[in-house]
Design a protein. Sequence first.
Length: 127
Amino acid sequence: MAFSPEAERIDKWLWAVRIFRTRSLATDACRAGSVTINGQPVKPSREVRGGVVIVARQGLIRRTLKVLGVPASRVGAKGVAAYCEDQTPAEEFAQARRQRVQQLLARAKGSGRPTKRDRRLLDRFFG
């Protein structure tokens, strides 16, 4: 567990604790206003220190994270807990699962019956 100096750029921190797959995705999320600190959208260069609560929209989920530390570089999945505390409510994950199922079941009006491929996908999903 190697801690770097007390502060780091938010885009680099989000990438290092595996919230986003690449640093450029984290940067784009900051620029789009999907990442906030204290309700204020942040720029990718904003510095992050321990104790700060970050809200990041990741697809359908709003992740709430408390910064515990700043890693020197990207950490493994098992080491993420040392640097951030996930405070995301369980309802967020449940809502995302419901919306994903609804999107799968949604069919355009007038598109007819499900094809054999559609039925197989549904069977695979529910079976």
